[in-house]
Design a protein around this ligand. Sequence first.
Ligand code: GCU
Length: 341
Amino acid sequence: MKVMKKVLTGTMVLAMAALFTSCNQGDGKEIIRISHNQAADYPTNTGLLAFEKYIEEHLGDKYDVQIFPNELLGSQVNTVELTQTGAINFTVASNAILESFDDIYQIFNLPYLFSSTEHYHAVMDNKDIIEPIFKSTKKSGFEAVAWLDAGTRNFYTVKKPILTPDDLKGMKIRVQQSASNIRMMQLFGGSATPMGFGEVYTALQQSVIDGAENNEPALTSNKHGEVAKYYSYNMHQMVPDIVIGNEKFLSSLSKEEREIFDKGFQIISQVQREAWGAYVEKSIEGAKEMNVQFFHPDVLAFQERVLPLHQEVLKSSPKLEPIYNQIQEIGKSMIGGKENE
Ligand code: GCU
């Protein structure tokens, strides 16, 4: 079964590459294809539409930007591959799955890495930390160009709420396809079931899994709240989404074009972030209407279980240590700042 899936994925990638490289438009414009796995009303799509508008306003005689939402071009793992090969130009991928393409991304998958949303944003907006990471994947065929807030990940389950880590015992919980997340779930005491985002709803419905973990919009936008009625704020991760672009395409741009694209990438982040908070609020309201109940368990009990993962990951990838230390310093200075207020 696994082999079959691999063969199919490989074939699909090749077929799509052949299709896409040969189909630029009759009007001579180059099509820029961008894939993501969220719905058309999701902040990710809103940000990308603003990008499309900006690029076409400034370079519209040369480029036609086309956005493919809802996993239309495949799951994130597939579309990262399509971006690497150049079959498409950009995709939005969760940082979680990027670690299997380049281990530097393990850093933002660490549970309880950030102490607050402010800490998370301050780190992700810090150019000294982010730029070297974003550029470091050129050898893997892609460059990261923007990050998007994907909120806080929490457990949600079908049969009973998760109030302590012990409640996870024996439960099959969907995780993203990432070695760190599988390990995290082991440390929590649950049984990790990795799968693509688009498969989660059916897996919940058919009891292939007992629960999953994600931000609140997964309950409404992806309808997981129709099946899973218990959402527990154990706050284990703030995993950003990352917009990545094909390296060859980006390096083919002239200096002037690249400046316009860079401004466009900033616009994606800005517009997405402006829309995010209200979207989460709306999702919470929508989930309550679906009879989802929200719980606030003792976060420290969860934290204790998984903190050993920090040292495990740093030991296996020593290059992450300076970045990790910088992140800790920023966190401390923010707490210090608050105390001094
Ligand atoms: C969030 C995130 C997506 C990711 C999804 C998942 O929705 O924004 O990028 O694919 O979680 O759990 O797979």
